[in-house]
Design a protein around this ligand. Structure first.
Ligand SMILES: [Zn+2]
Length: 227
């Protein structure tokens, strides 16, 4: 398998999803989608809080960092290498979303805003949302500067997602916990890391921008409704 799955999401009938490892290429994902009669939808990711709610595949790549739909036939995908991919599914109303959350998107509360957008557009009750956090950089590998911490604190995010990095002005940021706290704030009860989601920086099967310094190497996380 080129990707890992979330047990809870896999129990939703007609839902297709996965967190791709480093060896799942865009071409490989396109073939996977085609084989299931799905059209792959990718973003032009810009570390924003822009969410696109779509009903059909757009002509080109939309600038933004989250995609949501209730339409069958689309495979929504985000690409990451250290940033956190988040897949969301409203199992009752059958709405799915894929979110790219790096520290900038996290500070802008993109996962929380995506849940609110699902509620606003489709009537999603956050209590019906299953959230799966994919592989991102681990808390003990993600060193950030004081400016990131102060931006988070001024945006109202909890200081508890930071730990001292042992060097002056440096902190470790727990990106997964920061996003989990935003999802809890949005009323989502079911939040879990998916399958073998380890640290992208430590796991050689994963791409890590901090480790490899190669912006062309990304991993794909995807979700869609086949029927
Ligand atoms: Zn690590």
């Amino acid at each position: 398998m080129l990707f890992s799955i979330d047990e809870r999401l896999s129990r939703i009938p007609g839902l297709v999803h996965g967190f791709g490892r480093g060896d799942l290429t865009e071409e490989g994902l396109r073939t996977f989608a085609l084989g299931r009669g799905l059209r792959l939808v990718l973003l032009d990711q810009i570390h924003s809080d822009i969410i696109h709610i779509i009903e059909e595949a757009p002509a080109g790549r939309l600038p933004g960092d989250a995609l949501a739909t209730n339409a069958p036939g689309l495979l929504l995908a985000v690409k990451t290498a250290d940033c956190l991919p988040v897949l969301l599914a409203d199992f009752r109303l059958r709405v799915v979303a894929a979110v790219h959350a790096g520290w900038r998107g996290t500070r802008l509360r993109i996962v929380e805003k995506t849940v609110r957008a699902m509620a606003g557009r489709f009537g999603t009750d956050p209590a019906d949302v299953i959230a799966a956090l994919g592989p991102g950089i681990g808390a003990s590998c993600y060193e950030v500067g004081e400016e990131v911490r102060s931006e988070f604190l001024s945006a109202g995010l909890p200081g508890s997602v930071f730990a001292p990095a042992g060097r002056p002005g440096k902190h470790f940021l727990d990106l997964a916990e920061a996003n989990a706290s935003l999802l809890r704030a949005a009323g989502v009860p079911e939040i879990a890391p998916a399958g073998d989601s380890g640290c992208t920086h430590c796991d050689p099967r994963m791409h890590s921008f901090r480790r490899d310094r190669d912006a062309s190497r990304r991993m794909f996380s995807f979700i869609g409704l086949s029927s």
